[in-house]
Design a protein around this ligand. Structure first.
Ligand SMILES: O=C[C@H](O)COP(=O)(O)O
Length: 332
């Protein structure tokens, strides 16, 4: 079966069509005792991808939509100003001119969803992206482990926001989840949300550390109840990062939260996603579970350091009928 309702070909990113999530205060009845069946989640994720595929003619539109939703990321210990400047140049012009022309998108303002960096790289990224409309996202709160005193984690958020970060990717204290200390998790994320001020808070749940899918569901719900604007699967540093079954559980939490509160919260799978096929798989999952409205950059991001290169390669093939050597593409 093909996937008929592909996202429309890309248009300039629309303004956010929903208010920020104000949170609800801690409401354990929304997640305690909520059953999550691992093999059912695995079966559903696998079945979706077996029975749904994107029509070949529409794959290019889906891949262009993925570009609009990428948080183009560098989070390496050897990051430098030069690397961040190159990344920002790629963020502004994610496709080579002949590919854009082949897609009929010469005039389109196609750029990625955000550039995601460590806090000390924020000033470089802010400078390089000035006037582009591309937000700078900063990880903070002692990324990736988060095991720093809370006042220091909050100060790190404030520092990154002062430097111009418009989005803050925080990490949660995994121990709060593993001990089912939901009040502590709620209060921590709520304090981080307050420290963010106008910047949007993306809560990284580090799902590979959370042991059970029931924990993933509960942590997703608590983060949203504390006012997270996005929930994100992984730091990219856990042994297991974004997977489709875990994502499915988080999407169900997003849906349940929307149904209970009327607020739509964004989703960001991250870590280990490298191919254009991954970009299609996660978009199919989103569309099947949450609908196409959720497939825009204000509600969906793909956190990836190396996915854009393969997307560009596949789009070049779409346009020219042949693959170029990957060295012809500017590194993403
Ligand atoms: O937040 C994004 C992740 O750190 C990116 O992970 P990745 O380097 O495996 O693509």
């Amino acid at each position: 079966m093909t996937h008929d309702a592909a996202p429309a070909p890309p248009a300039p990113a629309p303004p956010p069509n929903h208010a920020r999530n104000p949170g609800t205060g801690l409401r354990p009845e929304m997640f305690e005792g909520h059953p999550v069946n691992r093999s059912a989640a695995e079966r559903r994720a696998a079945a979706l991808l077996q029975t749904r595929s994107v029509k070949k003619a529409w794959q290019a539109a889906w891949l262009v939509n993925a570009i609009r939703c990428i948080d183009l990321t560098t989070l390496a210990g050897d990051d430098t100003e030069g690397r961040v400047l190159r990344l920002c140049a790629k963020a502004r012009r994610p496709l080579a001119p002949h590919i854009l022309a082949g897609l009929g998108l010469e005039g389109a303002d196609l750029h990625v969803g955000a550039v995601c960096v460590y806090p000390t790289m924020v000033p470089h990224a802010v400078r390089a992206l000035a006037g582009s409309g591309i937000p700078v996202a900063s990880v903070a709160t002692g990324f990736p482990a988060g095991l720093m005193p809370l006042p220091l984690r909050l100060a790190e958020i404030r520092w990154a926001v002062d430097q111009g970060a418009a989005e803050i990717d925080i990490v949660i204290t995994r121990e709060h989840v593993l001990r089912a200390n939901w009040a502590a998790l709620h209060d921590e994320v709520a304090a981080m949300r307050e420290a963010c001020g106008p910047a949007h808070l993306k809560a990284i749940l580090a799902t590979g550390d959370l042991q059970t899918l029931r924990n993933v569901y509960a942590a997703s719900m608590v983060a949203m109840q504390a006012g997270a604007d996005f929930i994100k699967t992984s730091t990219g540093k856990e042994p297991v990062n974004a997977t489709l079954p875990v994502s499915l559980v988080m999407l169900r939490a997003l849906r349940d939260y929307r149904d209970a509160t009327g607020h739509r919260v964004g989703f960001k799978p991250a870590g280990g996603m490298k191919s254009a096929k991954d970009a299609l798989s996660w978009q199919i999952l989103m569309k099947e579970e949450l609908g196409r409205d959720w497939l825009s950059p204000d509600l969906f991001r793909l956190g990836a350091s190396s996915m854009l290169g393969d997307i560009e390669r596949q789009l070049e093939h779409h346009v020219t009928g042949r693959y170029a050597a990957s060295l012809r593409h500017a590194p993403a």
